[in-house]
Design a protein. Structure first.
Lengths: 242, 368
């Protein structure tokens, strides 16, 4: 892959019958970058993301994720990415420890490696008191942090976050973004969808999708200059209203 | 393989930490088998009847004694006028009234024929039918006794023998049915619910994004239920042998193999249900309405298929439970080997393959 790109997308399209959910989008994401994938509900963000993580087959176009083709190499893609959805999907009826062991296990980590990772996590997040608690009993903020750490357990090249901060308070969101920065500093590429425009400011570059197309793609600073706006919210409103 | 074992282990955590599913898994089977075994019965025992004897002579007395002496009936009261018949029925005191005509003995000896009426409460038609048959049989045997010395020129004598269940115990009929229903319930409903739960919680998405292959996910979810269903089948068979004294005439090994086949059939149905339903609630509704009801009503478990209207008889052929009940009755009561039930076995196997193929197809469409 040229220029250190970990995601390369060209004219990627997804149709459901006559409806074009994603309309010939083209972009690339560099290694270690925090890439914000913005758009209103129904703009096609989730569909685009599902194609990149290999659980939805594109109609046409081409895309490579971590060097692998989304048409032919989804199995390899899956080994190299982490994914966290807006539901922070951990198992409520398993303990924190059991969740870590389970997700480490399905990514094929050795028992020893899982043990190491778990101790590291417990220290970093201060989980000493809750590691044997059922996840269902934990507050949302904890679930979110653990969920993110679990998505990084197998040290993926890219981590995809689908609206990861839905429903949590501003302080927790702030802490969460610190975790994202840390991952990015460690060389993990972060691909994040959100509709909190203040979060868009934290990204290295953002793309804004409107009705299946990417209408803008640049760093937040340049987008604000270009659209003559004080913040990303204004940029977004200007674009979304056409 | 190691990933897979971890997956199955997780599935067991889910089951054992959820009291509700534990109850459905183990409480229900035992409760059902005891309920069907003890409470629901077609047999007649100590049915209360009333006598209206207009004749009151030696012959009617003898007949009444015979009836009273049988274990099937107890004579609750004697009534003396027509109006009372209605009253005793309405009060629900008796299920049948036996009316002997006036001059019973005289008619019998002079005209060679006397009449006795059996009036039954047919709000429960099956019981009413049985009562009529039992009383007729008692009177019939009395008639033979008094005819002993007379020699008719031509006489057809019917003798009947009930084979495979000589005492006509209804529990023998229910055990195969209950076993079928329970295996169906546990395998189909519980798997469809547990798969849709992952969809509902969003964990299914995470699993699909992981390097686990979709079929590994499904097989991993299904294996614990195979295991638990087998335990259930064993418990049911043990209960029926030791509590209901049900004999297992055929080979236990064949019984086990056929049960595993039916468990897999039900699991594949459960998987199919989970591919078409998005929530646990839908999965449960489809399982109960679409599987349990037809299974109970059309499998021949309670209502004999041969007495159904033709349309329903045709429909019953697509109910897997029908074939499994035939197999079970064959092995348990008749003691037959595979040679006699290979057709039913083949049908079940075919259905299983069909359900699995259909699930795979539906699953693929969803991923497209």
């Amino acid at each position: 892959m040229k220029n250190n790109n970990v995601i390369e997308v060209e004219n990627l399209t997804k149709k459901f019958g006559d409806f074009i959910a994603v309309n010939a989008i083209t972009f690339e994401v560099k290694k270690g970058e925090i890439f914000g994938f913005l758009g209103a509900n129904g703009a096609g963000k989730t569909t685009a993301m599902k194609m990149l993580i290999g659980i939805s087959k594109p109609t046409s176009g081409s895309a490579k994720v971590a060097g692998f083709d989304v048409f032919t190499n989804t199995e390899d893609i899956k080994k190299n990415i982490g994914y966290m959805s807006q539901k922070f999907a951990l198992y409520d009826d398993l303990t924190v420890k059991e969740n870590i062991t389970f997700f480490g296990g399905i990514y094929g980590l050795s028992r020893k490696k899982i043990e190491e990772k778990r101790q590291l996590l417990v220290e970093e997040l201060g989980l000493q008191n809750i590691v044997n608690e059922l996840v269902g009993a934990l507050p949302l903020g904890w679930k979110q942090k653990i969920s993110f750490s679990v998505a990084l357990l197998h040290e993926p090249k890219i981590v995809f976050l689908d609206e990861p901060t839905g429903g949590v308070d501003p302080i927790t969101r702030r802490q969460f973004w610190e975790m994202i920065y840390k991952a990015s500093n460690n060389g993990t590429t972060v691909f994040v969808t959100t509709h909190y425009m203040d979060e868009a400011e934290y990204c290295d570059r953002v793309s804004i999708m409107v009705e299946g197309k990417i209408e803008a793609l640049d760093s937040p600073k340049k987008l604000k200059e270009k659209y003559n706006a004080d913040n990303m919210n204004e940029v977004f409103l200007k674009l979304a209203r056409g | 393989m190691k990933r897979f074992i971890g997956f199955v282990k997780k599935e067991f955590y889910h089951i054992f930490r959820d009291k509700r599913s534990l109850f459905i898994l183990f409480g229900m089977p035992i409760a059902q088998i005891l309920l069907f075994g003890f409470a629901i019965t077609n047999e007649i025992n100590n049915v209360d009847i009333a006598i209206f004897d207009k004749s009151n002579d030696a012959t009617t007395q003898e007949i009444i004694h015979k009836i009273a002496a049988s274990k099937y009936f107890s004579i609750k009261q004697h009534i003396t006028n027509e109006a009372e018949i209605e009253t005793v029925f309405q009060k629900g005191k008796v299920l049948a009234v036996l009316v002997f005509e006036k001059d019973f003995k005289k008619n019998l000896t002079k005209e060679n024929s006397a009449k006795v009426y059996i009036i039954t409460d047919a709000t429960d038609p099956n019981t009413a039918n049985s009562i009529t048959n039992y009383i007729s049989a008692i009177i019939g045997s009395y008639r033979q006794e008094i005819n002993k010395n007379v020699n008719f020129e031509y006489q057809i004598e019917t003798k009947s023998r009930m084979v495979y269940n000589p005492e006509l115990k209804s529990v023998f009929m229910f055990v195969p049915g209950v076993m079928t229903i329970i295996l169906m319930l546990v395998s189909a409903m519980m798997t469809s619910i547990s798969i849709t739960r992952e969809k509902e919680l969003g964990t299914m998405e995470i699993l699909l994004v992981s390097p686990l292959k979709p079929f590994q996910v499904i097989v991993g979810k299904v294996i614990p239920y195979i295991f638990l269903s087998i335990i259930n089948a064993i418990v049911i068979v043990l209960l029926s042998i030791f509590i209901f004294k049900m004999p297992i005439q055929g080979s236990l090994f064949l019984l086990a193999l056929e049960s595993v086949l039916f468990i897999i059939t039900s699991l594949s149905l459960g998987i199919l249900i989970s591919t078409v339903s998005a929530t646990q609630q839908t999965a449960m509704m489809i399982s109960l309405m679409g599987l349990m009801l037809p299974t109970i009503l059309l499998s021949g478990f309670i209502f004999p298929i041969s007495s159904m209207p033709l349309v329903l008889q045709a429909i019953s052929n697509i109910i897997p439970a029908k074939w499994f009940i035939i197999i079970l009755k064959g092995i348990m009561l008749k003691g037959v080997g595979l040679y006699f039930i290979w057709k039913e076995t083949l049908i079940l196997a075919g259905m299983t393959l069909f359900f699995i193929a259909l699930s795979v197809k539906k699953y693929k469409i969803r991923l497209e």
